[in-house]
Design a protein around this ligand. Structure first.
Ligand code: ADP
Length: 449
């Protein structure tokens, strides 16, 4: 066991606060890092110590590995929690921390690399017994694209090997569209990731996005904590997530969960991870694995009562998981709304000063947010300002509670996406749980017409 006594949180915003809370509960000292733009941020105020690591742009601060390692050495932090985004899936960062004798709270650098490259990730998934989307075995080049597409069958999707955030992804419905789709995907991938390698998959028409939460101890023991349905997306970004998925029954849940847990045991995976699938006509198709904590992890915490950050810290220190699979009990239903500082119609970012802030409360309500009245949202980062998580004994109760809670939430001074959720919570398709990954985009197009 490597006892962890001080954790440096290499992140900002709500997730830095989320990690800090877990550390406090476990009696572990905390170090916040921040850019000059975040000197007054809540994660800085609540941490035991803080270090300024650079100017506002992320590449000079939250992505600056040297500054973060230096901050560990100055403060004597023995571990780093990377949150999500920034350096959370950066294998080089994990290697450098290792070389400095600092514990990275996450998987091994080798596993980050394995899953970070989508082609390798898919091959690994196949070896581990996880069902994947039919597609090319490896990289697709302009010269072999047509042959591969004919084998898979149109429509096909061209995706970036280094992909993320839905960039470098192009659909070709017919042979005529293929050449252009491949060349645009390659140039977008090059621009976004500095790597133009692309691969090809069968394009699924009306799938749901369903992902399985896993946690492993790195020594061959792993469990699953059920699934989350993240089908409500805009531009491949999740907007509303729920656990459990309205589309699965208990048997399907336990089946796919077990497949994922078994795969993680075989891999000897360490830490929290998410295995993402598209789900269509009763079948699951692996698309990728995220080797970190996810934005939407609180809905899993709500229905299992298990603190995922506690588990991450436990396994990083070698203490193992706090529960066995048999001890995991799923209870009720949870929904998360991502509240962004954006215009709810155009989604144009709306930075500025929050003049009034009132977070709702009551039974089954959780608000994860680092903002407060008087806080000035800097324009440099992601527009997520908070997450609203609501839990109920049933999906119906959860929706009733969500409606009440949305009415109570006040954020003045800037525009937020709260009104969008007020519309969604009253929508019949949403009430019926009847939606796929295209539903939200179609809805937004229809309602803005
Ligand atoms: P990224 O890492 O860029 O987010 P993913 O592989 O996770 O890429 O896919 C992001 C989203 O793109 C999915 O949630 C889904 O909406 C869509 N998508 C990905 N693969 C397919 C596919 N084969 N067919 C249809 N839609 C897909």
């Amino acid at each position: 066991m490597t006892a962890i006594s001080k954790i440096l949180i290499a992140n900002r915003g709500e997730i830095a606060l989320r990690v800090l809370r877990a550390c406090k509960e476990l009696g572990i000292a905390t170090v916040a890092v921040h850019s000059t733009a975040d000197a007054n941020a809540m994660h800085v105020r609540l941490a035991d110590e803080s270090v300024c690591i650079g100017p506002p742009p992320s590449r000079d601060s939250y992505l600056n590995i040297h500054q973060i390692v230096a901050a560990c050495e100055i403060t004597g932090a023995d571990a780093v929690h990377p949150g999500y985004g920034f350096l959370s899936e950066n294998a080089k960062f994990a290697d450098i921390l290792d070389a400095h004798g600092i514990t990275f709270i996450g998987p091994t650098a080798e596993h980050i690399r394995l899953m970070g490259d989508k082609i390798t990730a898919k091959k690994t998934a196949v070896e581990l017994g996880i069902p994947v989307v039919p597609g090319s075995d490896g990289e697709v080049l302009p010269e072999n694209a047509l042959e591969i597409a004919r084998q898979i069958g149109f429509p096909v999707l061209i995706k970036a090997t280094a992909g993320g955030g839905g960039r470098g992804m192009k659909v070709a419905k017919t042979e005529d569209e293929l050449e252009e789709a491949v060349s645009t995907a390659r140039s977008e991938a090059l621009a976004a990731f500095g790597n133009d390698a692309v691969y090809m998959e069968k394009y699924l028409g009306k799938p749901r996005h369903i992902e399985v939460q896993v946690v492993g101890d790195g020594a061959g023991n792993a469990i699953h904590l059920g699934e989350r349905d993240c089908s409500l997306q805009r531009r491949h970004q999740k907007v509303w997530e729920e656990a459990n998925s309205p589309a699965l029954n208990v048997e399907q849940r336990m089946n796919i969960g077990q497949i994922c847990a078994d795969a993680m045991k075989k891999m000897k995976y360490r830490g929290a991870g998410t295995i993402e699938f598209l789900y269509e006509n009763g079948e699951f198709f692996f698309i990728e694995m995220n080797t970190r904590l996810q934005v939407e992890h609180p809905i899993t915490e709500a229905i299992t009562g298990i603190d995922l950050v506690h588990e991450q810290i436990r396994v990083a220190s070698g203490a193992g998981l706090s529960v066995t699979q048999d001890q995991v009990v799923f209870s009720g239903h949870a929904i998360e709304c991502r509240i962004n500082a954006e215009d709810p119609r155009t989604f144009v970012p709306s930075p500025g000063t929050i003049t009034h802030f009132h977070a709702p409360g009551g039974l089954g309500v959780r608000v994860d947010s680092g903002v407060y009245a008087g806080y000035k949202i800097p324009p440099y980062y992601d527009s997520l300002i908070g997450k609203l998580i609501v839990h109920g004994r049933t999906r119906v109760e959860c929706m009733m509670r969500l409606r009440r809670v949305l009415d109570e939430f006040v954020v003045d001074g800037i525009k937020t996406t709260l009104p969008l959720f007020q519309d969604l919570v009253s929508n019949q398709d949403i009430a019926n749980g009847d939606y796929d990954i295209h539903w939200l985009e179609n809805y937004l197009a229809e309602t803005s017409a």
